[in-house]
Every structure is written in structure tokens, then in C-alpha cells.
Design a protein around this ligand. Structure first.
Ligand code: ASP
Ligand code: MG
Length: 407
């Protein structure tokens, strides 16, 4: 007998029938003699709908009130699931984030969990109850309700698993696991039996939407064994743990991609020690997230600087750069949009030289122009034209033998 945390995402609780299906899943875990804590998301697209409702009223609603609004989504689901379990004769109790003792920093919209007081949950578990907790929400020390950022229910589940010392944390979702790449775009994409925390962290940060990056971070720090699996189909999912078994010694384990990227270039920057820090401090003050940065000296005494941003941030970025032209001392701005980032990820890269070289070779032989490159120990990313994105993904997936056909 152990303690299991189960998390069900929005699609998995999208309607009454699916909530009943979740109740079945909880019941079967309970029947195996386990204590169960269930974390749920808002039903279906509820969170998006609530965001849109707010937009109809205000273009800049207060962040405190946004949190108040969005947390109602999860609150609906916990109550309905508790009722569904009661109908099955199971003793269940629902808790909002604050009732569950989830304490966060005092930030609205994207708060981090600071600590969890598990007493209330432990007391109910000791009474034999299934405890259902609203995902994505917490409370500050002075009683303000906060949210953890979009997709944050995963983080609630993993943080609870850590605080309650659960034996396992199962993330039930609308896909059957973590794939070598997005199976909606690449037919030969294959489900991975397991993957390491570090690889998953890279994939999650690179836009593979299957898990919230902070949930993976938590799991890694607290050694929580995670499994991503389907809430509809009864089959094994993908296990995320310290050391994934190096199946077939694959050096690359996944290909991630993200579109809507823009490269901004500042030409003719005066050569000064503090230039870069001034530019990026100014952008950071406006909450503009910069990804890849490339600096190059020109023949004359100036520097050119390119960096990538999300295209959604382009107008604001140009605004900030133009209105600070005096301070930033550049001659000209250029921006190229309709770009994408394609990345290969795998722990095996650490000990295998030549992986980046192979990637560039594959892209070149497919006539794909590389605009920017960045690397970490276990990933290589290339920025390419958006029209080349899927071709790049498919050819890398083939070249690194990730596909089902290669099995
Ligand atoms: N309902 C929230 C969202 O859509 C949190 C979550 O589902 O993880 O982002
Ligand atoms: Mg999610």
C-alpha cells in the first residue's frame, strides 16, 4: 500500500462523462489499497473562456482579480469530482489550494510555491478519504489567492507528491505519453518508454506542451517518479526519472519545435563594455523574454547584435528599443519574423561529439538555411524559416533514427 498522486488535465475532465471516467480511475487506484490524492485542472477550455470574459470587460484587469476569476475553474472540477466519487460510494473531500495548504510567493498570475503545509490533507487521508485538490492555485502568507501560471496544475501535483512523500505521481492527459516529436505533425513519432528529468526539462522548455517545465524541475529536485499517461486508454505511459534507460543507445531522444519567433538585429552598436547589459536590462524591465543572443564585431569599431524573441513581443520590443535609442547607441534595427526554432535533445550528446555537426549537415542537405544556433550540454537549437520548420523536424527525426519505422 502506498500513496499516489494522480493529476487529470483539462481534456480529461472536459465533460460529465469524462469526470465519471476519472472517478473510475481513482476508484481502481483506491481498490488496490492505495491512498489517493487527486489534482484536477479546470474543465476543457474553461480557463481560456474565463480569460476571454475578463477581456470583454477590461483590457488590463487587475492581476489579483484575474487570479480570483481563474481559480474558479478548478474549484468547479474538484466539487464535481467529489460528487462523482460519492456516487460510487467512495469517501472524498475537495480542497481549494489554500485549504490544501499550498503557500506561494506574493505574485499574481505566475506565483511559485514556497511551501506546503500537508496537515489538512494528511488528516483526511488518515480518515480513509480520497483528497481532491484544485490545481494551479495557492495562497500567500497574507491570504491572497494566487495562480501558478498557465499549465500550473502539473506543478501542484508534483509539489504535493513531494510534500506528502508520495510513492508516485501520475499525470493523466489526452496523449498517451511523451513522444520523440509531436505525433500530430510527424507520423513516425514514437512514444518513449522513459526519459530523464534533464531531457524532459529541455523538451518542456522548448515548447513540448505535455508537461509544465516547473513541474519537471520539482520532480527532479525531489526525486519524484513521474509518469505521463492517457486518461482514456489503459496503457503504460512514459516514465520520467533520473536516468532513462538508454534504449538502443540513442544519442538524440526528441525533436522539439516552436514557431512564431522573430530575430531582431541591432546594427552599428557603439563598442562599449556596458552596451549589452544596458540593452538587456532595458528589455527585461519591460518583461521581454529574450532567447538566443549572438554578438559579432564588424570591421569598423562597431558591433552587431542579434537576439530572438517571440513574435508576439515584437511590437513592444521595437517600441522599447526605439524609445531608448539615445541610451542604447545603435544605428539601425532590423527584424525578421516568420521564423521557428527546431531543437534536438538527448543526454547522450554529452559524451558524443559531432551531434551538432550532424544536425547542420542534415539541415544543409535539405536546403534549410540556419539563422541562429544555440546549444546546451544536452540540446542543439537552430532557428530556421517557418516554412522550413516541419521539413527540418521530419528530416532530423529520420536522421537520428527516432521513428517507429526504425524499431
Ligand atoms: N487550468 C489552468 C490552465 O489552463 C491550469 C492547468 O490546467 O494546468 O492553464
Ligand atoms: Mg497541461
Amino acid at each position: 500500500m502506498g500513496l499516489i498522486v494522480q493529476k487529470f488535465g483539462g481534456t480529461s475532465v472536459g465533460n460529465v462523462e469524462r469526470i465519471l471516467n476519472v472517478a473510475d480511475r481513482v476508484q481502481s487506484e483506491k481498490q488496490q489499497g492505495n491512498d489517493v490524492v487527486v489534482v484536477v485542472s479546470a474543465m476543457g477550455k474553461t480557463t481560456d473562456q474565463l480569460v476571454n470574459l475578463a477581456k470583454e470587460i477590461s483590457s488590463q484587469p487587475s492581476k489579483r482579480e484575474m487570479d480570483m476569476l481563474l481559480t474558479t475553474g478548478e474549484q468547479t472540477t474538484i466539487a464535481l469530482l467529489a460528487m462523482a466519487l460519492a456516487e460510487k460510494g467512495l469517501d472524498a473531500v475537495s480542497f481549494t489550494g489554500w485549504q490544501a495548504g499550498i503557500m506561494t510567493e506574493p505574485v499574481h498570475g505566475n506565483a511559485r510555491i514556497k511551501k506546503i503545509n500537508p496537515e489538512a490533507i494528511n488528516k483526511q487521508l488518515a480518515n480513509g478519504k480520497v483528497v481532491i485538490v484544485a490545481g494551479f492555485q495557492g495562497v500567500t502568507e497574507d491570504g491572497q489567492i494566487t495562480t501558478l501560471g498557465r499549465g500550473g496544475s502539473d506543478t501542484t501535483a508534483v509539489a504535493l507528491a513531494a510534500a506528502l512523500k508520495a510513492d508516485k505521481c501520475d499525470i493523466y492527459t489526452d496523449v498517451t505519453g511523451v513522444y520523440t516529436t509531436d505525433p500530430r505533425y510527424v507520423k513516425s513519432a514514437r512514444k518513449l518508454a522513459d526519459i530523464s528529468y534533464d531531457e524532459m526539462l529541455e523538451l518542456a522548455n522548448l515548447g513540448a506542451g505535455v508537461l509544465h517545465p516547473r513541474a519537471v524541475e520539482f520532480a527532479k529536485n525531489y526525486h519524484i517518479r513521474l509518469e505521463v499517461r492517457s486518461s482514456m486508454e489503459k496503457m503504460e505511459g512514459t516514465v520520467i526519472e533520473e536516468e532513462a534507460k538508454m534504449e538502443q543507445n540513442l544519442v538524440v531522444r526528441g525533436v522539439a519545435f516552436e514557431d512564431e519567433i522573430t530575430r531582431v538585429t541591432l546594427l552599428g552598436l557603439a563598442d562599449s563594455l556596458t552596451n549589452l547589459s544596458t540593452i538587456f536590462t532595458t528589455l527585461a524591465q519591460h518583461h521581454i523574454n529574450v532567447d538566443i543572443i549572438i554578438q559579432s564585431k564588424t570591421d569598423s569599431d562597431t558591433t552587431n547584435l542579434s537576439f530572438s524573441i517571440k513574435t508576439a513581443d515584437l511590437l513592444e520590443t521595437l517600441d522599447v528599443l526605439e524609445s531608448n535609442k539615445e541610451l542604447l547607441k545603435y544605428e539601425k534595427i532590423e527584424a525578421e519574423n516568420q521564423l521557428s526554432k527546431v531543437s534536438i535533445v538527448g543526454s547522450g550528446m554529452i559524451s558524443n561529439p559531432g551531434v551538432a555537426a550532424r544536425m547542420f549537415e542534415v539541415l544543409a542537405s535539405n536546403q534549410i538555411d540556419i539563422k541562429m544556433v544555440s546549444t546546451s550540454e544536452i540540446k542543439v537549437s537552430a532557428v530556421v524559416k517557418e516554412k522550413d520548420m516541419l521539413k527540418a523536424v521530419q528530416s532530423l527525426h529520420d536522421a537520428f533514427e527516432l521513428g517507429a519505422a526504425q524499431q
